[in-house]
Design a protein around this ligand. Structure first.
Ligand code: HEC
Ligand code: HEC
Ligand code: HEC
Ligand code: HEC
Length: 178
């Protein structure tokens, strides 16, 4: 093979290796709670705590969940099944994409919609929103598309999903934009 041939083959491969991003990890809500329970950060945490998203893991232990599992002939308990955790826990409840502070018991957390925080938590804690976004903080999607990742026909109890109506039930914002 000519030198040029080697360069053509190897150089793109090197680029691929260098640009492959490190896996972002989910940290749980404790960190977010410290600043989003009031004041400048708004009450997102308080509102989320009272929402069904915070109970999504617990729901998998309910009689209703057990009934669905039985009907489907599932071997494992719903709260231990990847097929249910996929939407009832941020990141699907898998062990590889979480840090030590993550608790699956918290269900569908801030990071399910605002992105895993391992990359942005340091700059975000310094109060720099622009740098946080550059490091992976997702502002929040008001088109409703990101909700459909979980609110869809794959859900055993799916009926329909209307963004305006559902967002009204979990609405939270920074103090200025209320
Ligand atoms: C050290 C305090 C602190 C921590 C920790 C923190 N935040 Fe914030 N966050 C703030 C403040 C203050 C603002 C408002 C900044 C502003 O308006 O300039 C903000 C803004 C935001 C915004 C709005 C960004 C925008 O586009 O305006 C989101 C979304 C957000 N935070 C999510 C989170 C999540 C998710 C976590 C946990 C992983 C978290 N924050 C942890 C203080 C914090
Ligand atoms: C990671 C998966 C996931 C994403 C993303 C998600 N949800 Fe949910 N959502 C759930 C699960 C699971 C439940 C059921 C929780 C329970 O009842 O235990 C739920 C329940 C709800 C409920 C409570 C049921 C009701 O209608 O009163 C609302 C409201 C809701 N979601 C709105 C939204 C909106 C709006 C978005 C997008 C901004 C969204 N969800 C994104 C998984 C998700
Ligand atoms: C594709 C995502 C998804 C998967 C997979 C999923 N769920 Fe859900 N589940 C949801 C959403 C979203 C809701 C909220 C329902 C709504 O309000 O539309 C929900 C709600 C529920 C509820 C509460 C229903 C109610 O009416 O109060 C139970 C129980 C439940 N799921 C059990 C399960 C079980 C058991 C599994 C695994 C076999 C499972 N789910 C898998 C997304 C999912
Ligand atoms: C189901 C998805 C979902 C969950 C869970 C969620 N958020 Fe949000 N968040 C959104 C959406 C969508 C917006 C709306 C963004 C907008 O209005 O531009 C938003 C807005 C915000 C804002 C205000 C942004 C602004 O510019 O006004 C902050 C701060 C925030 N979220 C923090 C949090 C924190 C902290 C948690 C957890 C305690 C959390 N969110 C949980 C979807 C979610």
């Amino acid at each position: 093979m000519t030198l040029k041939g080697i360069v053509v083959l190897v150089f793109p491969a090197m680029l691929l290796i260098q640009t492959a991003p490190a896996q972002e990890k989910y940290s749980g809500t404790k960190l977010c709670a410290s600043c989003h329970k009031g004041g400048k950060g708004g009450t997102a945490y308080t509102l989320w705590s009272a929402s069904r998203h915070a109970k999504a893991f617990e729901t998998l232990k309910s009689e209703g969940a057990k009934k669905i599992a039985k009907e489907r002939g599932m071997q494992e308990a719903p709260h231990e099944s990847a097929a249910c955790l996929e939407c009832h826990v941020t990141g699907g409840g898998t062990a590889s994409n979480i840090t030590a502070s993550f608790k699956k018991e918290e269900g569908v957390t801030c990071e399910a919609c605002h992105g895993p925080s391992s990359g942005y938590k340091m700059v975000h804690a310094k109060g720099d929103v622009e740098k946080s976004k550059a490091a992976g903080l997702i502002e929040g999607d008001t088109s409703g598309k990101s909700c459909l990742v979980c609110h869809n026909e794959k859900s055993p109890t799916y009926k329909s999903f209307n963004f305006e109506e559902r967002w009204a039930r979990i609405k939270h914002a920074l103090p200025e934009s209320k």
